[in-house]
Structures are given as C-alpha cells and as structure tokens.
Ligand binder design. Sequence first.
Ligand SMILES: Cc1cc2nc3c(=O)[nH]c(=O)nc-3n(C[C@H](O)[C@H](O)[C@H](O)COP(=O)(O)OP(=O)(O)OC[C@H]3O[C@@H](n4cnc5c(N)ncnc54)[C@H](O)[C@@H]3O)c2cc1C
Length: 463
Amino acid sequence: MEIQSFLEEIVGEQYVLAEDFEKIVYSRDASIEPPILPDYVVRPRTIEEIQKIVKLINSASHRHPIHIRCSSTAYWGGGVPTKGGIILDLSRMNKIIEINEDTQCVTVEPGITFGELFAALEQKGYRIGERPESAYSACVGGHVASMGAGLGQYIFGNQGDQVTGLNVVLPDGTLLTTGSGALENTPKFTKWIFGPDLSGLFIGSEGVLGVIVEVTLKLYPLPRAMTFATFAFENIEDAIEAVYQIQRGPFSIQYLSCFEGASFVKTYPQLDWGSKAKHGIVLTIVIEGRSKEDAAIQKEEITQEAFRHRGEDLGEAFARDIFWKNRYNWAVTRTLRKGLRTIILFRVPTKKIPLFWEETRTIGDQFDLKIGRSCQARSRHFISYHPSIRYSEKTPEIWEKVKECKNALYLRFIELGGMPCRLPGQLPESITHKFKHYLLFLRRLKTCIDPNNIFSSSKIVGL
Ligand SMILES: Cc1cc2nc3c(=O)[nH]c(=O)nc-3n(C[C@H](O)[C@H](O)[C@H](O)COP(=O)(O)OP(=O)(O)OC[C@H]3O[C@@H](n4cnc5c(N)ncnc54)[C@H](O)[C@@H]3O)c2cc1C
C-alpha cells in the first residue's frame, strides 16, 4: 500500500493533504528560507494517531522525515520541509485538557494558540507567566519546542521555566510523561523529580527528538496594577547604563525595551517625541505592582534612575496606549508592514550592548542593508538583543546577501561574547565549529533517541 493510504487510514482521508495547492501554505514559515513543498501534510487529532504515524514512518519501507508544525510563525525554518517529507500539522490538537486550581497549573494540547488560552484563563482570573508577542497565532507547543521568549519573562522566567510536565511521543512511538505526572495518580505540578530534567530535553528541541503532545504550565493571578513609562536617551550608552541599574533594582518588570527612536518617530508622528527621541534611543517600560501604590513607587524609582542617566520623560501614552494595548499584534503591524525581516536572536551581558549595537551598524553598512536594532531586558541578568534585517521579497536575489549578512552578524556576535538563542540548520561550518563539543554531545543524544533519524534533522545545526 502507498504511504498516503496508510496515513489516510490513520487520520481520515480529509486530513491528509497531497495536492500542491494545499501543501503550498506549509512550504514556508517566517524565515528567509525559500519555500519547499512537503510530500504530504498530515493533520492528526489524537495522541494515538500520532503514535501510529510515527511507528509507520519508523518502519523501514516508509522513512520520510517528519517535520512537526504548530503555527509555523517561527523565524528559523523549523516547521518547514528541508527535502520533501511529511509535515505533522498539530493545529487540530488545540484543546485545554485541564485547569487545575489545586495545583495552579493548566494542561493543554500543543496546537492551542496563546490567544485561545488567554481567553479561557482570564475568565477564571488567571494568566500564564510568559507570552510571545505573536500570541494570537503562535501555539503553546511551538513555543515550548522552540524555547520561546516574551512578555512576563523578566518576572516569571522563560517558557521552559513555566513547564511542569510534558507528554511526548518518542521516535519509536512510545509515550513519555515528564515531571511529576510520570506517576499515574500524581498531578503534573512540578517538572523537578528524581534524575535529570527530562522535560528540558524537549524544551527547545525544535521537533528533532519527538512530538510534544501535551504541555502543563504554571498559572498566576492576573496583575493587580500596572504603570507605564517611556524615556528618550541621547545614545545607547546612557540608555543601557540606566537599564543596567534598573536590572539591579527590586522591580517587577513586564516589559522593557530599547529601540532606535527614529523608527518610532516616523511610525507614530502624532506623539510628541522631542529631539532626543528623534536621534537617540527610546526606552519603553511596563511595570507590574502588588497595588497601585506599589506600582507608582516602582515607577518613581525607575524614573529617577532614567534621569540620573540623562533620560527624558516622554510620558505614559506610548507605552500604555500604543504598545501595551496592542502588545500581541504590535510586532506584526509595526514590523511586517515594512516588508519581511530576518531576525537574529542573541543573549548578551547588559553592559556589552553598546558594542553589539555599533558592530551591527558597521556590518549593515558593509552589506548595504538596513538593520533595525532593538533589545529587551528579559531577565535581571542579561539582555535579549535582536537586530532584524529588512528586505523585500520582490527581489529574490537579495536573499543571498541577507543570508551572508546574517552569518557575518552571528560570527561577530559570538566573537564578542554573545550567545545565540537559536542555531538554525543553515549556518555555515565557520560558525558551527565554535559549538563543536556541545553539538557533538547533542548529536549523540539524537542518535540514541532517534536512531533512524525520522524527526527532521538539520533543524538545529548538525542534528
Ligand atoms: C510578528 C512576530 C512576532 C514574534 N514574537 C515573538 C516573541 O515575542 N517571542 C518569541 O519567542 N517568538 C516570537 N516570534 C516567533 C514565533 O512566533 C514563536 O517562536 C512561536 O512560539 C512559534 O510557535 P509556532 O506555533 O508558530 O511554532 P512553529 O513555527 O510551528 O514551530 C517552531 C519549532 O518547534 C517545532 N515544534 C512545533 N510544535 C512542536 C511539538 N508539538 N513538538 C515538537 N516540536 C514542535 C517545529 O518543528 C519548529 O522547529 C514572533 C514571530 C512573529 C512573526
């Protein structure tokens, strides 16, 4: 029997897509990689169906690589084919399994979008700790599998820190439960049990070690009070010195970013920006408090810190009415309307940001490309630096130039002491050999867990 018939037998005929016009939407994500059509797209509804698919693919006669996909909003080519293969589309697995008020945890299927989850939790007075700015379309499974970052991370930690347990279909088709849920009658309230952190093996694994089919996350009460502020600084050095001092303080920061002011001034001419913002850096901050008074005290202390570093107070309006109100579609409307972008994500010790900022400009000039510079404090201990190269799809010849520029940035940032948050499959050897021993160990793990290499290799370099 043809593989298509086997797949149809497992999930039903209408959930196997084999026509080009159906597959074309699965040929790309938000990355710069050119589109590649999969051989088939399969849209399972249950864990059992996934187990059957995985066992089928593992049998010697049907070894197509499997590419797991939730919403495919990632920037690194993770959920799209490299050379044909099967896309496992998890968007039908989008239910909330349990909101457990005793353990203050929520268990969901991987294909639920954050937007859907927020709506259900808010009705009960809850939220989850960390939320991507792509929340209306990105899924929980995709975010955990790609170790996403986002709003709330400064207070609660990243998405991996929120996980208290996972269910994963392994490459041989067996189901593994990580965390305290590994015991049948024990709720999924902590990922820390005896032995090493097995949830951690799959958090950030980009779909190369198995299919995450259930995720349990910590719940938190909705915030009681928020305050908002925006400051302008003449240069990145002053802005980052203020950020560093703020990071040392006892603040509950939902969001803190530095952008080049010029881009804001052009996009929002209705606001009163002043000359520092026009030529310098705009720092936007959202603070959460235990009460209105607490939020106000935090804001006052932060404002004094900004003033000590020559910051100018631009008021609350931008942070509150433009950014926060639109926080889950702001990135889409602000960035994508200017054309496509490829984004480079690095974690950097705060004090080094001015150096990275300057080097980005130098490399952009070398390639004659416009690179937008911005960074966010997502922890007390470092900054997420994510310059983005803008380009137009109308001129595909520019893609090669953008890739070369991206590689030059990776190389330089690694030399300067930054750490990439993603190591996409397409990076050249000159970069990957810097992670030689680390990657060697990951490769050994991959061979142990997935000896037939059925889960899309080459999503993380070398796997
Ligand atoms: C405008 C915009 C704003 C964004 N803002 C943010 C942001 O604030 N923070 C952030 O982190 N990212 C952001 N992103 C990137 C992206 O939205 C996130 O990384 C998102 O979490 C990816 O989720 P997804 O459902 O689209 O995953 P996909 O793109 O479908 O998958 C991502 C990776 O995980 C693997 N995978 C997916 N599901 C599973 C599973 N169930 N089991 C195993 N492997 C799996 C895939 O193979 C792939 O390698 C943004 C993107 C855009 C376009």
